[in-house]
Each structure stands twice: as C-alpha cells, then as structure tokens.
Design a binder for this molecule. Sequence first.
Ligand SMILES: Nc1nc2c(ncn2[C@@H]2O[C@H](COP(=O)(O)OP(=O)(O)OP(=O)(O)O)[C@@H](O)[C@H]2O)c(=O)[nH]1
Ligand SMILES: [Mg+2]
Length: 404
Amino acid sequence: MKGKDLKPHIGIYGRRNNGKSSLINLLTGQNIAIVSEHPGTTTDPVKKSVEIFGVGPAIIIDTAGIDDEGDLGKLRIEKTLQTIPTVDTAILILAHNTIGEFEEALIREFSFYDIPYSVIHNKSDIEQPSEDFKKKTERLTGKQILEFNAVNPDNFDELVELIKNTIPQTAYIKPSLFEGIVNPKDIVLLVTPIDSEAPEGRMILPQVMAWRDVLDQDCICMSCKETELEDFFRLGIKPALVVTDSQAFDYVSKIVPEDVMLTGFSILFSKLRGDFEAFLNGTPHIDHLQNGDKILILESCTHHVSCDDIGRFKIPHWLEKHTGKKFEFDVVPGLAAVTNPPSDYSMVIQCGGCMVTRKQLVSRLKPFIHAGIPVSNYGMTIAWVNDIFDRVTRPFQRLYKHDQ
Ligand SMILES: Nc1nc2c(ncn2[C@@H]2O[C@H](COP(=O)(O)OP(=O)(O)OP(=O)(O)O)[C@@H](O)[C@H]2O)c(=O)[nH]1
Ligand SMILES: [Mg+2]
C-alpha cells in the first residue's frame, strides 16, 4: 500500500461562506484554499496533502457549499456529496445559528457511510450559538458543538483535539496480508511469473509487499517462477501456503499438492481492498446469473490500460464462457458516481482497487451490499470461472465465515 493510504482523509462540509476554506488555512498554517467574503468561492472539491498542527500528515478536502444554488450549484452539491464516501472523518461547519435541511442531508450521508464527524459553530465572534440552536444541533447530530472562530481563535487546541478524536484508528493502521492465515516459521512460496510485461530489474509492488508481509509474520519467504514450480516441489520442502499470480491459477493449481494451501495475489489483496466477506459470499452468485442480466464492472483507476483490458474484455468474456449465457455490462471508471440505481444490476464486480483506499472501496460498494446485490472482485471472479474458488479461498476460512 502506498504511503498516501495511511494518511487520514478529512472532508470539510457546510454552507457557503461558513468558513470552510478559512478553517483549512488555519489548520495548516498556510494559504492553501482561496478565502473570500463572496459565497460560492470554492466550487470543485479541492484535495490537498497537508500537515495539520497537532494531527500530522493528512489529506484534507475542501468542498463547495452544500446550499449552493442554480443548475451549476446543484452540480457542485453533487460533487461535494460524492466526496463523503472517500473520507475517514468529516467536519461539519455551521455558523449564524443555522442548521436545517442542508445539514440534515449531510448527516444522513455521514451515517450511511459510517463516517465519524465533528460539528463546529464557526464565526462565533460574530454570532454566538444560542441555547435553542445548541439543543437542535444536539438532537440532529447527537453531538456537542465546538464554538469557534477561524479568524481569531482562542481555542485552537480544542479544535485539534476534537479532530484527532474523530479520526478512526483504521485510517492509520495498515492491515496485514498474511496475519491469521499463516503461523510464525511457516514457509510461504510466492509464484511470480516474469513475463514480457514485468518491469526491468525489479519485482512489482504487490509481490514486494507480500514478501515484506511474510517476513513481518516471522515466516520464511521463498519465490520462483511458475516454470520452476515442479522443480521446487522435487526439493521435498512443504510450504504452508503458495501464493500465485491469478493469471497462472490453472497451471499452478495442478502442480501444488492438494494438501498445500493455495491462493492468489489478487485474492490476498482483496483483504486490504474492500469487504472481503461480501466478495466471498457474492462470487458464487455468478452461477445463478440469467441471460440478459446486467452486470456492473467498477474500475477504480482511469488510466491503467492492462486493468482496462481485464475489466472490459477478459472478465465479460470469461463470465459468458463459464455460464454459457449472455449478459449486459456497464463499466464505471475511476471513482465516478454510478448513475443507475443499485437494483438495476444483478451483480457488481469491483477491480483490485490498487489506486484507492480501502475505505473508498468499502463505501463505493456499500449501496449495492445494502440493496442486497451480490458483489465480487476481479480476483475472486477469475478464481470462480477457473473452478478454483473453493481452493483459493480456503486459507481465509479461519478469518471469515463463508455462507456457501
Ligand atoms: N468574523 C469571522 N469571519 C470569518 C470566520 N471564518 C471565516 N470568515 C470570513 O468569512 C468569509 C468566508 O470564508 P471562507 O473560508 O471563504 O468560507 P467558505 O465556507 O470556504 O465559503 P465558500 O467557499 O464560498 O463555500 C471570508 O471573508 C472569511 O474571512 C470567522 O470565524 N469569523
Ligand atoms: Mg471555500
């Protein structure tokens, strides 16, 4: 996982002119965001990697006012709302004793996506929060407000403390790939094909990350190409687990003895990428799909050509070949919004998600899981159409309940 994933993502929300951008400048001690007395200064969401006093490195997202007006305003509000699933924590900025339907809409989104948030009454130097307002806010949010002013604050430390306390630990913790699957001193064999797409002189990031994680578990890491796999097993060494590139599943599974656990890099990485249990339970639905069913392919990057090929061509082809049926496919790239309602789809297949955070993937799939639509990912789908799903998910049985 890249370093940026370990920085908490903090989103700032509220009506126009409430002081969202001012707060960002104050927190970072820099003139990062444009501030003006004209409502509607910030138009598109602005994402910045920053260092926040007392909090540390973070990604902060400034947004357009949630009460923006007109056609363009509506589009801006939509953009603002779309950032919510991508943040680890949110700050709701109120001012002028005002809380109403705009804030209620935000609060609904926060709770749907399980985003912790804090509530600040800014511009308290102009207008102090009234008792009625405090009560109403507490009723709607279940929280006490922090009285604040971003121009001349006398309780900056309280603000920092509040933000620190609303960042969940999961925003920092790097989950382990192998924890719970192997025991200390186990031997783990990584099967790493070196084909024409492999970079010159080095291994690719998932392989390096896996190697490092094996060592972190106090295990022994070994590695070979698929072409030396048979030679490896002639050595008489019995690994506790073999991890292979998913593209070589078919070949590798025939060589690795049945009593040796086998899985794929893409399956392993789905532990870090999205709701593993939902993928585990959703994938077998492939065999219940009907002719003409609509399948949504969710990509998370916009530029990775080789992934593009897997999601747009290979997976649709394999699914139709495996089931002998014809489906309709919708592909949504990047973190773009899905315009159709979840119920339009019979199944959702998510890419590996190497470009986004776990939280972003979990949030993206949440509306579908909520609507009872089965979800899978590339790795598990590839395993299913190769009739190897049960075997390559077996190593995870200790960790997750399996419905099937
Ligand atoms: N008196 C006072 N003025 C403030 C405070 N916070 C911000 N302002 C002023 O309010 C105006 C709006 O501040 P911004 O930070 O641009 O507000 P915003 O929420 O980002 O506004 P939009 O980008 O238009 O949605 C600016 O003139 C700020 O200087 C405060 O706590 N007290
Ligand atoms: Mg602004």
